[in-house]
Write a protein that binds this ligand. Sequence first.
Ligand SMILES: NC(=O)c1ccc[n+]([C@@H]2O[C@H](COP(=O)([O-])OP(=O)(O)OC[C@H]3O[C@@H](n4cnc5c(N)ncnc54)[C@H](O)[C@@H]3O)[C@@H](O)[C@H]2O)c1
Length: 267
Amino acid sequence: MSNNLLKGKRGVIFGALDEQSIAWKVAERCVEEGATITLTNAPVAMRFGKIQELGEKLNAEIIPADATSMEDLEALFSKSVETLGGPLDFVLHSIGMSLNVRKKREYTDVNYDWMHKTFDISAMSFHRVMQTLMKLDAMNDWGSIAALTYIAAQRTFPDYSEMAESKALLESFARSFGFHFGENKNVRVNTISQSPTWTTAGSGVKGFQEFFDYADKMSPLGNAKAEDCANYCIFLFSDLSRMITMQNLFHDGGFSSMGMNPKVLDM
Ligand SMILES: NC(=O)c1ccc[n+]([C@@H]2O[C@H](COP(=O)([O-])OP(=O)(O)OC[C@H]3O[C@@H](n4cnc5c(N)ncnc54)[C@H](O)[C@@H]3O)[C@@H](O)[C@H]2O)c1
């Protein structure tokens, strides 16, 4: 259902790999709500993912960019402004990857070169995105920038490994850069702390099924789905959320406020 909440707005969506990706659902909902968008992902995802399919469906140009490359990001935003016909109203950062998790290295035995790379891809890329947008003056006044995060930034979930620190860094960048972007152009910057969700990145975490079921039982509303997250992003990109900035917003069916749910004991 469309309410034209993003009518006339222009945006860039990072991270749609396949139809399970949270960014995939967000992109679909943005267009449904009247926005025009460009899609981007790492060059390698062009070969393995299905982003071309999404681009055709949404009539959105796909501009490959490695989020750790300043040249790629500059080209992406310059091209997006040109293609979409003006500065951007919203940007979604939906990027996460841990080399130590992928290569099954335990948290107490990490490879630090990989950890650097993980932080660069999963967190510093958010700073890179915002710095590039600001330098190019590519955001409109009262625009909105959001990134996806997870509660492991605040609480310990051992199998989440170095992604916990990546998310803590990501959330901190939202607060710090949110100040500068707010002063600069009234642009708001927030992170959305999403429930466990069945995606390529999510299911790469060890024991994801148990993790997912536990959160689902613990949360009075159950886990928030990717489609729910897309709706929340629409709200954050719309004019209805103009005064929300520098926040980490829990979108998790109530999980973050729970101590114990008796249902979990029955599992
Ligand atoms: N799935 C979950 O349980 C869950 C929960 C909370 C938060 N998140 C976060 O949501 C975001 C999206 O993940 P998802 O679950 O939709 O999985 P996903 O695997 O579909 O998306 C991750 C994306 O990151 C992209 N990416 C990786 N390296 C990149 C690089 N160098 N440059 C540009 N893009 C790169 C991948 O190509 C992929 O499209 C991530 O930040 C993730 O941590 C996921």
